[in-house]
Structure formats: C-alpha cells, structure tokens
Design a protein around this ligand. Structure first.
Ligand code: SAM
Length: 499
C-alpha cells in the first residue's frame, strides 16, 4: 500500500513530483498524494493538471494529455474525457489559502481529515513548508518573556501557525519542511527563530533532524549548518541552498537517515540544456524580424571592445559575423526536439512526448541584445561573467551610479551569464523579471533562459507542463523544490519508514 502524502503550500508541485516518482522494490509508486493545497491560481492549474497526468499514466490512458499540450484538446475537454480521473485530480489539488479565514481553514482540515480516513493507512507523510516570509521578523521586543507572544502575534507568522496546527492535529509519521537559508539567521530579540520553531515542533511530539550527514566527525544533529542542503551536491545542475527539516514523530521511534554525500557527479548548465532547440530572442521596442534582430546585434561591430585582449576582440567579431538571422523564435508553442537530454536522461526524457514544452524566448531591447551578446562572448572566452567594469562604456546602463570605470557600481553584476561549465546560480521566483541575471551561455541565441531551460535546471521532467503566461510559468519554476532532489529525499523517507 502506498504511503499517503499531504502537500501544503504545494506550488506547481516540484516536491510532490519527486516523491511521486519514488518506486517500491516491486516497481509501484511508493507514495500516493491525497491532498495538495495551493492558493495561487496558475500554480494550482499546473498542480491539478499534473495530478491528472499521474492518474491517467497509471492506467496507460495519458494519450489525451499529449493531445492537450499539443493544443489539440482544451483543458475542459481533457478533464471531461478523463472521467473519474479528472474528478479525482480536481479533488486532490485543492485551491485554497491557508490562514485566510477560519472557514477556509476548516474546509482544508476537513478535506485532509476525510482523505486520511478514506485511505485507511495507519500513517501518512506531510510535505511542504510555509513560505519564507512567514519568518521575517517585524517588531522586535527586548523583553525575553514577550518573545513568544511577539513571534506568534506577528501576522506574518499566521502561516507558520497554520502549519504547526496541522502537524499537531493530524500528527503525520514524518514531515518535511522546506525553507530558505534566511530562516537560520532570523532572530527575535536575540533568540533564533529556528530555535522557537524547533521548540514548538518538539513540544508537538517530533524530533527534528537535518538531511546532511556530519561534515566533520562529531558535528551535532542540531548544528544548523547541517540543515542546509545544496542541490548541486545531489546532481541538480543548479546552485541552490535550501533548509530542509525532517520531523519524525517521537512515539514511532523511527531512525533518522541522511542523504548520501557526493553520490552524484556535478551537472552543469550546458549538460542540462544543450540538446534543446536553438532559438533566438525577439527584438522589442522596434519591429522584430530575424534580419532586424541580427542587425541590432551586429551594431556591436561598430564599437571598440576596449577589452585589451586581441584574441577576445577577434572572437567577438567572428561571433558577430556568424549571427544567424534564420534562427527560429521561441514562441512557447510545442517545438520539435533536436536531441535528447545528455544528463539524467531517464529522469527528464519521455519518449511519448516528442515535443519541447514552454520553450519560449523573451524579447530584449536593442541595447540589451548587444549587452547579452557581449556578456556571453566574454564569459565563453574568459570563463567568468563580466562585471560592468569589464564592459565598454556604451554597454553600461545610463545610470548616475554607473559612471567612470564602473568598479564601484552598486550593481556590478547587474548582468550575469550562466556559465556553461558550472551549475547555474539559483533559479528564483523572480527569474521572469530578472532576465539580465540569466543570460544564456550561447551568444548565438542572444537571450535570457527560456522557461524550459529554467525547468531543466530545476530538474523538472520534460513532460511537465506549466500553465499560465510566461511570467506565471517562470514564477512557478523558480518557486519549486527541484524534483530530482525531492526524489532523493522521498527515497530516504521510504527507507526511514520501512527500516
Ligand atoms: C516556495 S513555494 C512551494 C513550492 C513547492 N513546495 C514545490 O516544490 O513546488 C510556496 C507556495 O506557497 C503558496 N502559498 C503562499 N501562501 C499560501 C497560503 N496561505 N495558502 C496556500 N498556499 C500558499 C505560494 O503561492 C507558493 O506557490
């Protein structure tokens, strides 16, 4: 019997996806998601769709899903044709806001309660944690005895209280709480927020454990550094540090375990994205065409590079002369694959898909195109993303703070290339707005990363479809726990429960 799973603050379902792909020794899914709760409409639509795909795939009835993502069926038709699986998916993915009102909280609790009772399983696992703002501390008190009441009365902690209430009420055998590293340094009048949380959960009957093994002999289980998991150490092609707290219900006497260290090779940006179709960006604020786009980049050739490096200057000029105006635009519509993933092949690849989803390219202004081109050529030649001070004057932003040689500029790395031979920097929920930080390493595409490329760096499988406009899709991707990391954690938890 699969282990029931409840997912709170579920986002687009990254954590859930990883757990859903854990198999038992007999090859059956080890977990069964009963309820996932998410309030944001587009993330919820993605979550609901994924819940449906899983149910259809179980009975080999997922052909309609592929028709849907190719645009051959509407969403309504897909759900209607899916019959009971469609109804069950809608029931599983609950669009609701925790902490919004007593009646909404009651409805969420009733759904969880009902699902757990129906599953007839003895124990279940709770995943997902309240979002990071829940811990940002406002209103500091100097009096120690007021600490807890301050902490609890701050409205930003409503979500944390909700979480604690659900843990206390439903008493999962195991919970996994994810958060940003800032959680570990937040404090209230000198007391660490993390310690308050630890006390609360301990009083609720849980022992808390980190997922990292000791870095040095004798490093304690309670050393906060052990709670920070670095995704890049576990095969994810992205530097992403997140806090994971594993809670084991004390009365079950479960034995904690940690993620194996260095079990994976380091995966890099180009390893993860180089097989995706090459697409150009769009020229904005002017009439776009392949020729206009190539000409805008070509304008770079009119200027001195001022790099003082003859080899780089030559390389830049050659790259400009090779810009291909016939490169297709990434429209976001399904595209024809040009190859297959070169790393984590079985994880990403779906032979039934035969399409590349959410591979849209963004639009950039003429000056940004010139910057992106220069920046990515520079990174390819020198092996690092240039600072503003490495760029010629005419490419620096027209900003009061960015004058002279720009070494003192407050945003010296305002533009950043993702280096091809390293894990990417953290894919954040702002990636849709911060395209300058996610410049593609291949100058000839001259653009920021597409949603699919960001999803690859987050280890979403290629058949994971993100709903909404591009900005909604980027936000969902950036918010998620990398599914491949979640898969490893899911395996660890199965091991703990079956030991
Ligand atoms: C960091 S993301 C979670 C990512 C998710 N665990 C994953 O792996 O995909 C946090 C999510 O919590 C949702 N959220 C925030 N406040 C919420 C609330 N009060 N009730 C339900 N969901 C909420 C946000 O919309 C966001 O999608």
């Amino acid at each position: 019997m699969p282990i029931p799973l409840i997912d709170l603050f579920a986002g687009p379902g990254g954590l859930n996806e990883g757990f859903s792909r854990v198999l038992t020794k007999s090859g059956k899914p080890a977990f069964d998601t009963l309820v996932s709760v998410e309030c944001e409409p587009w993330a919820h639509r993605t979550l609901e769709l994924r819940a449906l795909v899983r149910k259809l795939a179980r009975d080999d009835r997922d052909s309609d899903y592929y028709r849907y993502i190719r645009g051959e069926l509407s969403r309504e038709e897909l759900f209607e044709r899916s019959g009971s699986a469609g109804i069950a998916a809608k029931h599983e993915a609950l669009r609701a806001r925790l902490g919004a009102s007593p009646s909404e909280d009651k409805a969420i609790e009733e759904r969880i309660d009902h699902a757990i009772k129906r599953s007839k399983a003895k124990e279940f696992v709770l995943i997902g944690g309240p979002p990071c703002q829940a811990y940002s501390i406002a209103g500091r008190s100097r009096r120690a005895r007021e600490l807890r009441s301050d902490f609890e009365s701050d409205e930003k902690h409503v979500l944390y209280r909700e979480y604690l209430r659900i843990v206390s009420k439903f008493r999962p055998a195991v919970f996994l709480m994810e958060n940003v590293p800032g959680l570990l340094s937040a404090s209230l009048s000198g007391t660490r927020t993390f310690d308050l949380i630890r006390d609360d959960l301990s009083s609720a009957g849980y022992d808390l454990y980190p997922l990292n093994a000791p870095a040095t002999p004798g490093q304690s289980d309670q050393d906060v550094r052990r709670f920070v998991v670095r995704a890049e150490e576990h095969g994810v092609p992205q530097a992403r540090a997140r806090v994971f707290i594993l809670g084991l219900r004390r009365d079950l006497s479960l034995k904690a375990a940690t993620l194996p260290r260095n079990g994976d090779r380091t995966n890099n940006v180009l390893d993860a994205i180089k097989d995706l179709p090459r697409i150009r960006s769009k020229l904005t604020k002017e009439t776009d065409s392949g020729a206009a786009w190539a000409a805008a980049i070509g304008q770079l050739a009119e200027y001195e590079t001022m790099s003082h490096d003859l080899f780089f200057d030559r390389e830049l000029r050659r790259a400009i002369s090779e810009v291909n105006e016939h490169l297709p635009l990434g429209t976001g519509r399904p595209q024809v694959p040009k190859g297959e993933p070169t790393i984590l092949h079985d994880w990403y690849h779906d032979p039934k898909l035969k399409a590349v989803l959410n591979h849209n390219s963004r639009g950039h202004m003429r000056r940004d195109l010139m910057r992106y081109f220069f920046w990515s050529c520079y990174a390819r030649h020198f092996g690092r993303s240039p600072k503003l001070s490495d760029a010629p004057h005419y490419l620096r932003p027209d900003h009061g703070n960015v004058q002279g040689d720009a070494t003192e500029a407050p945003f010296a790395d305002r533009f950043r290339v993702q280096l091809g031979n390293r894990p990417s920097t953290t894919i954040t929920s702002h990636i849709g707005k911060d395209g300058h930080y996610y410049i593609h390493p291949d100058p000839s595409q001259c653009r920021s990363l597409s949603v699919r490329e960001a999803a690859r760096l987050q280890t979403f499988p290629d058949n994971y479809f993100f709903e909404g406009a591009a900005t909604d899709q980027y936000r969902q991707v950036g918010n998620a726990v990398p599914p491949y990391l979640a898969y490893k954690i899911g395996n660890l938890i199965v091991g703990i429960l079956n030991a």
